[in-house]
Design a protein around this ligand. Structure first.
Ligand SMILES: [Zn+2]
Length: 253
């Protein structure tokens, strides 16, 4: 079972690597609910996570998630101790903390540009994550960490990209970085358009010629006939020339 679980995880990780440009160290965004469950099941997150994901990981959380655990009191003290060892990523709520679920989802935005994995037992977060393409979801079930299979939103996104209906996240990012060159890019596009228009007027006769060549066995015969005709003409010309040459012969005779 352990091997099978690992195999499935490997396949899922490849999906995110290939389709959403995930790279090591994997960024694992963790909340208090996940820490609490890990504690209950005696799972050492720091040890288990890199083993399970077969790579380097960066365990992180947010200030809001920590604050929430603080306010929830003694029951979650153990989880808080675990969570506060992780790197705290800057969120948009430094002055006014929001619920951890809201904060975590805000870290993902619409396209998860920082390639976060999300480790949570919170159904609000899980439901939110499944609406965003390219967010690997980790949770604990039956005493083990599980990487969820890609959700339908991710699958649909990948399908749309492959069909050319959508630009991939990676491409979107590179497009954003090229924003300054956009004006030039548009001019290039116009130039290309003009060239294409010219090509459209010119290639027509060329394509017609090609069609004749490709036209099958009959057109080549025509060209052969043409050549024969030319040869005949040449022969005539030669005979005419021969006449010229023969003329002196005649005079000689
Ligand atoms: Zn926050």
């Amino acid at each position: 079972m352990g091997l099978k679980r690992q195999k499935i995880a490997k396949k899922t990780i490849s999906f995110y690597k290939y389709n959403f440009s995930f790279r090591q160290p994997f960024q694992i965004l963790i909340d208090g609910t996940f820490c609490q469950m890990a504690l209950k099941n005696k799972i050492q997150i720091k040890e288990q996570m890199p083993k399970y994901l077969m790579g380097e990981v960066q365990l992180c959380t947010t200030n809001c998630a920590l604050k929430e655990l603080e306010t929830l009191g003694k029951e979650l003290y153990g989880a808080r101790i675990i969570l506060q060892k992780f790197q705290s990523r800057r969120c948009a709520h430094l002055k006014d903390p929001v619920p951890a679920s809201e904060c975590l989802l805000s870290m993902l935005g619409e396209t998860n540009p920082h390639n976060y994995f999300v480790a949570t037992q919170d159904h609000t977060v899980t439901a939110g994550v499944k609406k965003i393409p390219g967010v690997p979801l980790l949770y604990i079930i039956l005493n083990t960490i599980v990487l969820d299979k890609p959700c339908q939103t991710s699958l649909d996104h990948v399908k749309a990209v492959s069909l050319g209906e959508m630009v991939s996240v990676a491409q979107q990012q590179s497009i954003r970085s090229l924003k300054e060159d956009k004006g030039i890019a548009q001019k290039d596009g116009e130039r290309r358009g003009k060239k294409r228009k010219r090509k459209q007027s010119n290639p027509n006769p060329l394509s017609c010629l090609k069609k004749k060549k490709k036209g099958g066995p009959t057109p080549p015969k025509n060209t052969e006939q043409g050549e024969k005709k030319k040869r005949v003409r040449n022969k005539k010309q030669k005979t005419e020339g021969g006449d010229n040459l023969s003329a002196p012969v005649v005079t000689n005779a």
